[in-house]
Design a protein around this ligand. Structure first.
Ligand code: MOS
Length: 752
């Protein structure tokens, strides 16, 4: 038996690691949901309501049904039973549109599915859907942009459970505001925004007896399994959801939408696989959007800038049917030190599709308002905005009265200001020039919650020296395949190239949502525990295998390091690779399972866990031609240990790009006549593209957060977007003198 020298392996954690799935993606081998094909598969195209408020009184399908190649036109009378779903304990079976498709004849929003054409080809199905004639009783839709709170009770039911509308309070916010020597009272508006991941939402449904398999573009296969099991009255184990590659989601694919049960119901009726791909136009109607918000912020301060009162009263738009909670006040109670505070919310029903989570839900519009108000207060007081924030930095989470697990926001400000050259800023409007352009400099702080969902994982060590790690989470383009491989490699010593990763399938151990920036932090303890259990099993085997160099040793005398086993007392020099021991025992593999508990929803946390950061932004302004450009961004993130800095920077850069879109371009606008999203395509819904994107300089602080997991990793998917818009609007003011408080900033706002 060869006993070779133990070679120290370099830890893959914390190193720039290119995505392991990259080659498969760029070569076209990666199969996205709509790439899967099955024998006898049929194509479904929904019929969209062309009103936003009213009822369907007649649906004429005869002509469509007669078209060659059409298999069925489904509607309320013939789709079959689809049950409602309900929230389950432990944040399971979440859905933002509980009314099953075709449950009634009431139309609540433009584009609501009212029938479904199924045919042999996509083209035939589309033609058939277009041939269905619908008669409506129509009423004027309410898509009013001014948001006044509906008369709701003090506690409201939301998608995520009951919420008190008095979200947070301490001291006497109104009294302290009334007597404050310096006051600010402004209202900030953010528009409805629509997620536009490159990959369209898609479902392919296949029945085998009473077992349903769904290929779905999903950020949460386990959640979707729970919802669909309820909708079809099946035990969970009879529903399998597969989502191997996802062309991003930004939150729109967190929860199931109505196309999914529709495809499943049609497949059940026809006894054939049915594929339904949502069109780009439908993406603006039926798969959620970020709610419009209107947020009044009142700040009271001393003349030197110490906050004495903070009131944040916001109203958000919601659909007629559902109750997504757009939690704009999530960060308000702890972002700054202030003795008197009140946060309240109200909701305004509109005839629009369901609102839902979009990257940094709640906090992104919320921090836009709070950070804008802080910038305006700094301007009013003639204090540097960084200084104002430092002056109001809290020592603990003042809303919960507990310490932060790890908060290094001041270090973010210092590093960001330093890298940006902030000390050279002259505060007067229009006072800075370069190359004939007027410069505007602005900054803002930001934060995002850090927590874990429950997670399970398995790790296998195999006789060919490879390892496999499995977890029913998803990779939505963020790098989860690579993270799982890094974690398994770290523990087992198997090089990255020899680690197989399985995810995106409910047949695997139940994994977390790719949401809330929580997937990475959630899987760390589960994968590590699974690897430890696989290694423990290996050590046991090593002591029991006849002829093994470790035969009859107590397992506790053995150690495992870098993929090799040795006797602790002898040291690593006399070590044996694990695959050698497996072959000796005639075992293909040993496996271990691991599980970690959720921290989200803990009613009595010991620590307040969040990531923090800041953005420094430069814009250039040419008043002669009203041309505004973001020309430079420095972003600093305090997000715990970064497991893959390469993928991590990519997340932050992408989020800052999205923030440029939020500040200057993105809005979904509804036609007041028919309630349709007017700009429901990628030509009219303008997002930031390469030409809009300046150099973005991203820095991570390295403060591992041991409250999160043993690596100290938090999450980085969303925080990069929070705060960007406030930094940009501050820079716009610095350049132009115009305070824009309704996003996006439009050229016409800047024309004096
Ligand atoms: Mo994110 S909005 O949790 O996908």
């Amino acid at each position: 038996m060869p006993i070779t020298q133990n070679t120290p392996i370099v830890s893959p954690v914390g190193r720039d690691t290119p995505r392991l799935d990259g080659p498969r993606k760029v070569s076209g081998l990666a199969q996205y949901t709509s790439d899967f094909r099955f024998p006898a598969m049929l194509y479904a195209v929904p019929v969209e309501a062309t009103i936003a408020n009213g009822r369907v009184v007649k649906l004429e399908a005869a002509a469509a049904e007669k078209m060659p190649g059409v298999r069925a036109i489904f509607h309320r009378e013939n789709i079959g039973k689809i049950f409602r779903s309900v929230l389950e304990p432990g944040f399971e079976s979440v859905c933002e549109e509980r009314r099953p498709p075709f449950e009634d004849d009431v139309v609540r929003y433009y584009g609501q599915y009212i029938a479904l054409a199924v045919a042999d080809t996509f083209e035939t199905a589309k033609a058939a859907a277009d041939a269905v004639r619908v008669t409506y009783v129509k009423e004027k839709p309410n898509v009013e942009t001014d948001l006044k709170a509906d008369p709701d009770p003090a506690v409201v039911a939301t998608t995520f459970g009951p919420y008190e509308r008095l979200e947070s309070h301490r001291g006497d916010a109104e009294g302290a505001f009334a007597s404050a020597p310096v006051k600010l009272d402004q209202t900030y508006v953010t528009p409805a925004e629509t997620h536009n991941p490159l990959e369209l939402h898609a479902t392919t449904a296949i029945w085998d007896g009473s077992t349903l398999t769904l290929y779905e573009s999903s950020q949460g296969v386990v959640n979707l399994q729970g919802v669909l099991a309820q909708m079809f009255g099946l035990p969970k184990e009879n529903v399998r959801v597969i989502s191997k590659f996802v062309g991003s989601g930004f939150g729109s694919k967190l929860w199931p939408w109505t196309q999914c049960p529709l495809a499943a119901a049609a497949a059940r009726k026809l006894g054939k696989p049915v594929k339904l791909v949502v069109s780009r136009k439908m993406m603006f109607q039926t798969v959620g959007h970020r709610a419009r918000t209107q947020q009044r912020v009142r700040l009271g301060a001393t003349p030197v800038g110490k906050l004495v009162s903070l009131q944040h009263d916001y109203v958000y738009e919601r659909s007629m049917l559902e109750a997504h909670h757009e939690d704009c006040g999530e960060a308000t109670p702890f972002q700054y030190s202030v003795p008197n505070l009140r946060v309240t919310f109200g909701r305004a029903r509109r005839n629009v599709g369901a609102t839902t989570d979009m990257r940094g839900p709640g906090r992104t519009p919320g921090l836009y308002a709070i950070e804008s108000a802080m910038n305006e207060l700094a301007d009013q007081l003639k204090i540097d905005p960084v200084k104002l924030r430092i002056l109001n930095e809290p020592k603990i989470d003042e809303s919960l009265g507990i310490p932060f697990s790890s908060r290094h926001l001041l270090e973010c400000f210092h590093l960001g200001a330093n890298k940006f050259g902030w000390s050279r800023r002259s505060p007067e409007v229009g006072s800075m020039k370069r190359d004939g352009l007027t410069l505007g400099w602005g900054m803002a702080g930001c934060s995002w919650v850090a927590a874990r969902f429950s997670a399970e994982a398995s790790v296998e060590l195999r006789d060919d020296g490879t390892a496999r790690v499995a977890c029913a989470t998803q990779d939505i383009g963020t790098g989860t395949y690579t993270i799982l491989a890094q974690l398994a490699s770290q523990k087992t010593g198997v090089p990255l190239a020899k680690v197989e990763v399985a995810l995106g399938d409910t047949a695997l151990p139940a994994g977390p949502l790719s949401g809330g920036s929580m997937a990475t932090a959630s899987v760390v303890p589960a994968v590590f525990a699974a690897a430890d259990n696989a290694i423990a099993s290996l050590l046991g085997i090593a002591t029991m295998t006849p002829g093994s160099p470790f035969e009859n040793r107590p397992p506790k005398d053995l150690a495992f390091d870098g993929g090799r086993v040795f006797v602790k007392a002898d040291g690593a020099a006399k070590s044996v690779p694990f695959d050698n021991l497996l072959r000796r025992a005639n075992l293909r593999l040993v496996s271990g399972s691991g599980k970690s508990e959720a921290t989200i929803g803990n009613p009595k946390p010991k620590f307040s866990t969040h990531s923090f950061g800041c953005h420094f932004v430069e814009v250039t302004w040419q008043p002669e031609i009203a041309r505004l450009r973001v020309s430079r961004v420095v972003t600093v993130m305090d997000a715990g240990r970064i497991i893959n800095p390469l993928a991590g920077r990519n997340q932050i850069v992408g989020a800052v790009v999205m923030g440029i879109g939020m500040a200057l371009l993105e809005h979904t606008t509804y036609d007041p006549q028919n309630g349709a999203p007017i700009n429901s395509n990628l030509a009219d819904y303008v997002v930031a593209v390469n030409a809009d994107v300046p150099p973005i300089d991203v820095h991570f602080l390295d403060f591992p957060d041991k409250e999160m997991n043993e690596l100290g990793a938090r999450g980085i998917g969303e925080i990069g977007l929070t705060g960007v818009a406030a930094a940009i609007t501050e820079a716009v003011h610095h350049a132009t003198g115009v305070r824009v408080r309704e996003l996006p900033v439009k050229i016409e706002n800047l024309l004096a």
